[in-house]
Design a protein. Structure first.
Length: 609
């Protein structure tokens, strides 16, 4: 052999040297490994198989079709065949083994995989392959089939893939098919020949999901009605299907014109009761926030940050009526239906996924002379505002908290100065009533709710900043004092995450009696009535908006004394990591903005994007 040939042969091998440490005097030995050997052996065995079954020792039969194979290869590739050929089963010695219930196409793919480690999948044969792989419990092929099905999902085959996933218990494929249908429900509903092939269980499951995307609830109803009408035997399930339709989200006139005219909606007692329920909901407009149930909940991909009102523009002071939501999918702020009137230093709260905007002031005024008593409610279901009964007292720089189905407007300031009064709003009566007032008059304080109690911190009183912490029990209509904050502050924010309350931002007087930003952030634990410090703000923010989304705190806009200007920064705090980060800025510098989280209908958000 030529030297070059020797080098070439050695280069094609992996070589490992070894020396026995305990017998160093012995001559060195070397181990050589031919990396392609195992593949070559399999390739040769496959060629033997394909050449008239050369050296094959058993024939597998499926649906009358015969496949000559090597027992050793099949046993090495599958536990099923190992048990068959190495145990006491009669097939261990038979020359021909019939696999009843095994599809021939599927078996052929299994055998090819055993010899080549490759498998070619297509939609036409996927059921046969899955049946065969399930039959012999060959998990790798089942996993390949799952990957293939997920990669192939489209509007033409999503129903079929869903059926396959259900039949073969492919949980990941089933979830993916469901998600695809939920996102493309409107398109699928128009493909009637495919849509009506959904099973009853799958249709009911889809209709119950908040994530179902459609142009309107009426469209969803019409699709469900089409499914029921496709087969007369399905009408008996009308009530089961229709109880997943949210008739309260359909305008009353559309219910009369397009829903009540459908035969089964009039003939089924269950369906009739659903329409009565929706009618009562629409009739009791003011009480709607406390009448919420699964059938009044908006279809949404999840809560959004919503910011409203505020004082904008650096060159010309302007109170705005803007309302914006933050879209997480594209990380940007998007304008939505504006407030009924311009306002800032107002307060917002949510009840039953309705947004309440209360009080504030509509002109720049530092002493509360322009405080207003107005109250409005926004319904994201129909994208409309409703004016409510006004507060008994105008108030700005106050706190508004929602607890036990009621709103509480606490303290604040008006033309008479700082106030201690507290008003409670009852939605079903649309009226404000006085309850026990604060222990002291305050404005510029902040409020939050934890365990059905209201907590009020800090604020400005008698010409100085406060560090008080008060707790209000609505059930007892009683205030008590808790451990004061380590730091005095006012015009700050409070937010609850899990079982802790965070006090953030604002300002106070320093040792030289200069008004400065407060960067320290303090955390209160009610169980121990103790305060602790967490990561500080990176820049000062007073008169900011605040809200919690996905257990993270968002601080929006505000006024920075250090910069002597309104700012558009949005800082995000992660309590789990004790870290502050930034998200996209608000569109413009703003102070006195009020924020909350709200489930906005997916179809409504699309109209503003």
């Amino acid at each position: 052999m030529a030297d070059n040939d020797q080098v070439s042969q050695v280069d094609s091998m992996k070589m490992a040297s070894f020396i026995d440490a305990n017998e160093s005097a012995k001559p060195r030995g070397q181990t050589y490994v031919l990396s392609v050997h195992s593949a070559a052996v399999l390739r040769n065995l496959n060629e033997f198989r394909l050449q008239d079954g050369h050296l094959c020792d058993v024939t597998l039969v499926a649906e009358g079709k015969e496949f000559a194979v090597h027992r050793a290869v099949m046993a090495a590739a599958s536990e099923y065949f190992r048990a068959m050929f190495t145990g006491d089963m009669k097939e261990a010695t038979e020359s021909k083994v019939e696999l009843r219930g095994m599809p021939a196409v599927g078996l052929e793919h299994i055998i090819d995989f055993a010899y080549t480690s490759k498998i070619c999948l297509c939609m036409d044969k996927i059921r046969d392959v899955l049946m065969a792989a399930t039959y012999i419990q060959l998990t790798p092929i089942i996993d390949f089939c799952s990957e293939f099905l997920i990669s192939e999902i489209n509007i033409d085959n999503c129903v079929d893939i869903g059926h396959i996933a259900h039949d073969y218990h492919l949980a990941k494929v089933d979830r993916t098919a469901d998600d695809f249908i939920l996102k493309n429900f409107s398109v699928l509903a128009k493909k009637e020949e495919d849509f009506v092939r959904l099973t009853l269980e799958k249709l009911v499951f889809l209709l119950a999901r908040d994530e179902l995307l459609a142009s309107s609830e009426l469209e969803i109803f019409k699709a469900a009605a089409t499914w029921l009408s496709h087969d007369p035997d399905r009408i008996e399930h009308a009530s089961k299907v229709m109880e997943k339709i949210r008739f309260a989200l359909i305008p009353p006139d559309a219910v009369i014109e397009s829903v009540q005219t459908v035969d089964f909606m009039r003939q089924s007692v269950g369906c009739t009761n659903l329409l009565i329920e929706a009618s009562n909901y629409h009739l009791m407009q003011l009480a709607q926030p406390v009448l919420q149930c699964d059938r009044t909940r908006v279809r949404s991909l999840g809560p959004s940050l919503v910011a409203s009102g505020g004082l904008t523009k650096q060159s010309k002071v302007e109170v705005c009526a803007d309302a914006l939501f933050f879209d997480k999918t594209c990380s940007k702020w998007v304008n939505m239906k504006p407030l009924e009137k311009t306002t800032y230093t107002h307060c917002v709260a949510t009840l039953g996924n309705f947004l309440f905007v209360v009080g504030g002031q509509n002109t720049l005024d530092r002493v509360g002379k322009s405080a207003v008593a107005s109250a409005y409610r926004y319904d994201p279901r129909f994208n409309r505002w409703l004016q409510l009964a006004s507060l008994r007292e105008a108030r700005t720089y106050f706190a508004l908290c929602a607890v036990r189905g009621r709103l509480y407007a606490i303290g604040g300031e008006n033309r008479n100065g700082e106030i201690a009064s507290v008003e409670c709003y009852l939605p079903n009566k649309d009226e404000w009533t006085y309850v026990t007032q604060l222990p002291m008059a305050l404005f510029g304080h902040a409020g939050s709710v934890l365990d059905q109690s209201i907590y009020i911190s800090g604020g400005f009183a008698s010409g100085t900043f406060s560090n008080v912490l008060y707790r209000y029990d609505p059930a007892l209509d009683q205030w008590d004092s808790r451990a004061p904050m380590p730091t005095t502050r006012g015009f700050h924010c409070m937010a609850r995450v899990k079982n802790r309350i965070y006090v953030i931002g604002g300002n106070h007087f320093d040792a030289d009696e200069e008004r400065v930003d407060v960067l320290t952030v303090e955390c209160y634990t009610p169980e121990t009535d103790q305060w602790s410090q967490v990561a500080p703000l990176r820049e000062g923010q007073g008169e900011s908006g605040i809200s919690v989304l996905d257990d993270k705190i968002y601080l929006i806009g505000g006024y920075s004394l250090d910069q002597n200007s309104r700012i558009k920064s949005v800082q995000c705090y992660d309590p789990e990591k004790d870290l502050w980060g930034n998200v996209p800025d608000y569109p413009e510098a703003i102070a006195g903005v009020a924020c909350c989280t709200l489930d906005l209908p997916s179809d409504l958000k699309k109209t503003y994007m």
